[in-house]
Design a protein around this ligand. Structure first.
Ligand code: GLA
Length: 408
């Protein structure tokens, strides 16, 4: 089978393996494939739903979706999605939108929701939609190397990949930004997670070798050059604690932010200053005040971090990461003892610039910037810190591009 020449050997291997397994299982070859990356957020946590700034990087871990239109015979009138990671399948009527058929918080709401969201999206101008996309049954298989529940946006990788595959199979021709929007719609409307915009936008729109500054007020994106691989590497390490964003804590933090913005009379915490917060403190609980303080200072840290990178001042960038972690731990209160231990272990390792929890928190991963020759010692210390409970050992992440899809 022919894959594009610029596909990396790592992704090419994952795609080929997924296509071979599809053929073995279905007895017919898949006709299209899509791949969307996970991400690590360098700084700017819990700022996206406050109209603030984030600085994610798409990483070389992907969700690959392969599939084809199901044969048009009455026995195959339903769409089917199978996840290899969980070895589970669901079937659904493509013309219905019955989310209650699927367990709350479970994966089918995300992936079936992604297919529905593509059907509901407006096709790109000039594209000739498939003759009857709303009743065309699809057979989709997803397989992900983004560790699940790890703060690396595994759900965005899988919804963006599924949306991209459905878009291609149904002739919808949605561009990356529309795929991100469809994936987000699935997560918010069908899975019921009130997520911000960061994860889907970076999974869809990332550029290889670059981080992406996203201004979450207007969703504008600016590629940010990363230091060279001779200067710094990005190490991701799992705490062994899985988080679930569908749990109430994420939504509860959003509520705290909403109350704080309302008490200060600003549209979003992006617009507030620490002076505004001091004036409004009497109207707010201690917890809401602390949450708002995190968001206000975190937004400033993102912009300072970018300046530090531009000046090749990695020590300042690293200090900002440590300050971000302390703020997430003490003010926003989304860390856990395992993550704190790992960040402390990283901070004490020679050659490390900075370290912090990444993603929503309550478990998942840390991200650390260090000199390349410090990575081995750092990895050993991080493994010792979590005592072998992590599913995957720490790894050095490469900055990759956003979603891709191909007809086979
Ligand atoms: C999750 C959400 C994002 C963002 C982060 C926290 O990953 O999906 O939108 O809010 O948490 O920064």
């Amino acid at each position: 089978m022919l894959l594009p020449g610029d596909i990396s050997p790592q992704l090419g291997g994952q795609v080929r393996a997924a296509l071979e397994r599809y053929l073995a299982r279905a007895g017919v070859p898949a006709s299209a494939v899509a791949a969307a990356p996970g991400r690590v957020n360098l700084i700017g946590e819990h700022t996206d739903y406050n109209d603030g700034f984030v600085l994610p990087v798409a990483i070389n871990r992907w969700c690959v979706a392969v599939g084809r239109v199901r044969l048009h015979d009455p026995a195959h009138a339903r769409s089917r999605i199978y996840t290899e990671n969980l070895d589970q399948a669901v079937e659904f009527d493509p013309s219905q939108r019955d989310v209650s058929a699927f367990e709350a918080g479970a994966w089918p709401r995300y992936l079936v929701g992604a297919v529905w969201s593509v059907l509901d999206a407006v096709p790109a101008g000039g594209a000739a939609p498939h003759s009857a996309p709303s009743i065309t049954p699809l057979d989709i298989v997803v397989a992900s190397t983004v560790p699940l529940g790890s703060g690396l946006a595994s759900s965005a990788a899988s919804t963006v990949a599924t949306a991209a595959l459905a878009s291609r199979l149904l002739g919808r021709n949605l561009p990356p930004a529309a795929l991100a929007a469809a994936a987000r719609h699935a997560e918010r409307t069908f899975a019921g997670v009130p997520c911000g915009i960061m994860d889907q936008d970076i999974a869809a729109c990332a550029q290889p070798g670059q981080a992406m500054l996203i201004d979450c007020r207007d969703a504008s994106q600016r590629p940010v050059a990363l230091p060279s691989a001779e200067q710094v590497v990005i190490v991701i390490a799992h705490s062994g604690v899985r988080h679930a964003l569908a749990g109430g804590q994420y939504a509860a933090r959003r509520e705290s932010c909403r109350r704080a913005a309302a008490a200060m009379g600003v549209p979003a915490l992006r617009d507030a200053t620490l002076a505004d917060l001091a004036s409004a403190a009497a109207k707010l609980s201690e917890h809401d005040t602390a949450c708002a303080r995190h968001v206000i200072t975190e937004n400033a840290r993102v912009l300072e971090f970018i300046q530090a990178l531009a000046a090749s001042d990695l020590h300042s960038a690293g200090r900002l990461m440590l300050a971000s972690h302390a703020s997430l731990r003490d003010l926003y209160r989304v860390s856990c003892p395992e993550l704190d231990t790992m960040v402390a272990a990283a901070a004490g390792t020679p050659g490390v610039f900075g370290s912090r929890l990444t993603g929503g928190g309550f478990g998942g991963c840390t991200v650390t910037l260090c000199r390349p020759n410090a990575a081995a010692e750092l990895t050993a210390r991080l493994r010792a810190a979590v005592g072998g409970s992590a599913a995957e050992p720490p790894f050095i992440a490469q900055a990759v591009g956003g979603v891709q899809s191909w007809a086979i």
